[in-house]
Design a protein around this ligand. Structure first.
Ligand SMILES: Cc1ncc(COP(=O)(O)O)c(C=O)c1O
Ligand SMILES: N[C@@H](CCCC[NH3+])C(=O)O
Length: 433
């Protein structure tokens, strides 16, 4: 039996349900493609992070990496769940504030924050700015002087660790565009500059080694490295950190081949590593911060498509086309990401054909799942692709002038539209004739 996504079940008609709602009903009411989120699953993941840290008896802070999926409803949910959120652009900050997030709970990330974005953060009282580079130290310093303001900051370090994941989503290696390099002495120089400016209140350090990581080694190396740096900085510069932020990156299950560790286990391993270093150095254990994105929303999202045309070439292969594709999910094309798919009317139906599930975009690379065993399909069938909740909608494009899909939240047997499907007019709204 193939992986069917947690919380995905069938009803008495044998139809796939999400959060107690028939997916055929959702497709009928909201159209396709539609991304459906099981809200209880999102809450479960957030609670897993909280419980994980609470069980370890340490001070912690969870900040949702909203680049994985953001919408007003999502920011509202994050605020109701009493965790923070990080943003990486003025646009995400704007939406987070509109969604009701307390600005003090917002961390602002990014390797090239503009003057306007930094001013916006300061004017809105954003809680924390994660400083990424020397240009930002200077620019933010200037802005704080002009506004006679102060702000809590963390320094983003590039720890020189290569996480086991796709190169495009590995971020902690030395040759990374993010953060201050430790080995070359950049990080020390940044520390001195920040400590010298009393507009900055330096509360700690940050690193993020990459995304969709299954192995714990990378996180342990990261924890060790950050504690080594902190210990050195205490000896050399008399700086003691309140916070050590390990970023996100916890892997999720897309298909049967993926076997992610439970969140609680990831946390235990990280906390153990930090505790052991803190003991070794006699360094007070700082608050432990994490920034999960994918692991909060990835498995909670399922995309519903409608099947249209097909093409069969004897001895060569078959293609089954859906009404979406690389415009709503670029991940297969960009990272060779793998997914599974199920017929909404009968998700347990046995495979009877092998075909590539392709999209409707004018690109040969617009393949959602290559050479896949699936049941017989006909035009009009609804196809569900689970685990599409992270980096799908947020990376959507209007390529070929296809409107972005709708987003629906499902909870307690009820479905509600949280992002309308774009219209052709929406796509023209900024155009001048
Ligand atoms: C700084 C930072 N924090 C958190 C995340 C979230 O990562 P993930 O969605 O893999 O948990 C990212 C994205 O990789 C990131 O760049
Ligand atoms: N967009 C990537 C993740 C990027 C993480 C951002 N630092 C993905 O879909 O896997």
């Amino acid at each position: 039996m193939k992986f069917m996504g947690n919380n995905i079940t069938t009803n008495q008609d044998g139809h796939l349900t999400i959060g107690g709602v028939d997916t055929l009903q959702i497709a009928k009411e909201f159209g396709t493609p539609t991304i459906v989120y099981d809200v209880s699953k999102i809450k479960e993941q957030i609670n897993a992070f909280k419980t994980g840290f609470e069980t370890q008896g340490v001070k912690y802070h969870v900040s949702y990496a909203s680049k994985a999926f953001s919408s007003l409803a999502m920011y509202k949910l994050i605020s109701e769940m009493n965790i923070g959120s990080d943003v990486v652009s003025g646009g995400e900050l704007y939406a987070a504030l509109k969604g009701g997030l307390n600005p003090k709970e917002i961390e602002f990330h990014g390797n090239n924050k503009s003057r306007q974005e930094l001013e916006m953060a300061i004017d809105n009282g954003v809680g924390y700015i994660i400083i990424d580079n020397f240009y930002e130290i200077e620019l933010l310093g200037e802005i704080l002087d002009e506004k006679q303001a102060n702000v809590d900051v963390l320094l983003r370090l590039a720890p020189g660790i290569h996480a086991e994941t796709h190169d495009y989503i590995s971020t902690g290696q030395e040759k990374s565009k993010f953060g201050f390099d430790i080995k070359s002495g950049q990080a020390d120089m940044a520390l001195k500059q920040v400590l010298d400016n009393n507009r900055f209140n330096l509360i700690g350090i940050h690193a993020h080694i990459g995304s969709q990581i299954f192995a714990t080694d990378g996180f342990v190396q990261e924890a060790n490295k950050l504690m080594d740096v902190l210990n050195e900085w205490q000896q050399k510069y008399d700086f003691s950190a309140k916070v050590v932020n390990l970023g996100g990156g916890f892997g999720i299950r897309y298909t049967d081949d993926d076997n992610p560790l439970a969140i609680q286990e990831f946390i235990k391993i990280i906390v153990d590593a930090l505790k052991s270093k803190s003991k070794e150095y006699g360094y007070d254990l700082p608050e432990i911060w994490v920034e999960p994105g994918r692991s909060i929303v990835g498995e909670a999202g399922t995309t519903l498509y409608t099947i249209g045309s097909r093409k069969d070439v004897k001895g060569v292969g078959s293609f089954v086309a859906v009404d979406g594709g690389m415009g709503d999910n670029i991940r297969p094309a960009l990272y060779q990401a793998k997914y599974d798919a199920y017929l909404a009317k009968d998700p347990t139906a046995k495979p009877q054909q092998n075909a590539s599930i392709v999209g409707k975009y004018c690109e040969s690379g617009d393949i959602l799942i290559k050479d896949y065993d699936l049941p017989m399909t006909k035009p009009g069938d609804v196809l569900a692709m689970p685990s599409t909740g992270a980096y799908g909608y947020v990376m959507a494009s209007n390529y070929n002038r296809n409107p972005k899909p709708a987003v629906v939240f499902v909870e307690d047997g009820k479905a509600r539209l949280v992002v309308k499907r774009e219209t052709y007019d929406d796509m023209l709204k900024n155009e001048i004739l």
